[in-house]
Unconditional design. Structure first.
Ligand SMILES: [Mn+2]
Length: 324
């Protein structure tokens, strides 16, 4: 990681101004890593900003809303205010996402002359191509993990509030330190705790509204078991977010006997998404590859154009029937 941090620091030294942006529907990993990076950049003496599409914090989910309201001393930019800050002395850093169509504000990617991408998701073909630095490590638990290491490398104290938001972000991305959790993940959690991350405040941030819970519970309720140990759920809503599919697949893995889980949903008018998770005995990457996707043995996904959810469900069941 040191090579990456050296390179990143070297690139950043060329710019006066830095705008941080993450994915649309940001979660605590996206916001926590943005806030952490913001603090590092300010410590470096940079003019830094976090870009948000919406000014009203109520437009974000309850956890992100709370984080935005509690953490002070951060400069934000919005679609109405970013233009004057964007010139050749500005670099845009994209965190926790690497596809243009999934960032908070795709137009900013087109307009920025200098772009850096840092992500921990599985690389997709539609990644942002014109960048000064593109770094992706899908073995990392969360975006927070990378940024916390950068803070450590740079010797920046992130403060109690930002450390807490970051720790909560790690918890979200690892489903409570269960998925994609390595020695490094716990090291990062320990580091954030040593900087004062507060576990009571973290729990408060992670609280969800009853409506959010019930919405998820409805999806889980409609799930079913296939071949004894496969849990499957077809989300009955149009335009569902990839994050929702991932959340449902992850949650299904918590149930007794479930070895692998799949959540299928309509991403857009002509695209169906599947998110797959496994305890480790069933290689879901192989299954997703057969459907045109990819990933890791325990965490994989695919997107399929021009099919219905029913057709995708049948396709998946057929593939599972052949290998199980
Ligand atoms: Mn993330």
């Amino acid at each position: 990681m040191e090579t990456l941090f050296n390179k990143l620091t070297e690139i950043l030294s060329k710019y006066q101004r830095i705008i941080i942006m993450s994915h649309s529907n940001p979660d605590l990993d996206a916001i926590g890593s943005s806030m952490g990076l913001y603090r590092i950049l300010v410590e470096m003496g940079k003019e830094a900003y976090i870009f948000l599409e919406k000014k009203d914090t109520k437009e974000y989910n309850s956890s992100v809303k709370q984080a935005l309201e509690r953490v002070r001393n951060i400069e934000y930019l919005y679609p109405s205010t970013y233009k004057e800050k964007l010139d050749q002395d500005t670099v845009l850093i994209i965190l926790d996402v690497h596809q243009k169509e999934r960032v908070e504000y795709p137009k900013l990617v087109d307009e920025a002359e200098n772009v850096i991408v840092l992500d921990h998701h599985i690389k997709d073909n539609s990644y942002i191509k014109e960048t000064e630095l593109f770094y992706i490590d899908s073995t990392m638990s969360s975006m927070v993990e990378l940024i916390a290491h950068y803070a450590k490398y740079y010797g920046v104290n992130l403060g109690i509030l930002v450390s807490t938001v970051m720790l909560a972000g790690m918890e979200i991305d690892t489903n409570g330190f269960n998925l994609k959790t390595t020695e490094k993940t716990f090291e990062t959690a320990a580091y954030l705790t040593s900087m004062g991350a507060d576990s009571v405040l973290k729990q408060t941030l992670l609280k969800e509204s009853k409506d959010e819970y019930l919405r998820r519970a409805d999806f889980i309720k409609s799930s079913f078991i296939f071949h004894k140990n496969i849990a499957m759920c077809v989300l009955p809503i149009p335009n569902c977010a990839k994050e929702s599919l991932a959340e449902v697949a992850e949650e299904l893995l918590n149930f007794e006997y479930v070895e692998a889980s799949f959540a299928i949903g309509q991403l857009s008018e002509n695209e169906i998404g599947v998110s797959a998770r496994s305890m480790g005995n069933i290689d879901v990457c192989e299954i997703m590859k057969k459907m045109g996707g990819g990933g890791h043995a325990t965490n994989a996904a695919c997107q399929i154009p021009d099919k219905t959810v029913k057709e995708v469900e049948r396709m998946l069941k057929k593939i599972l029937g052949e290998i199980l």
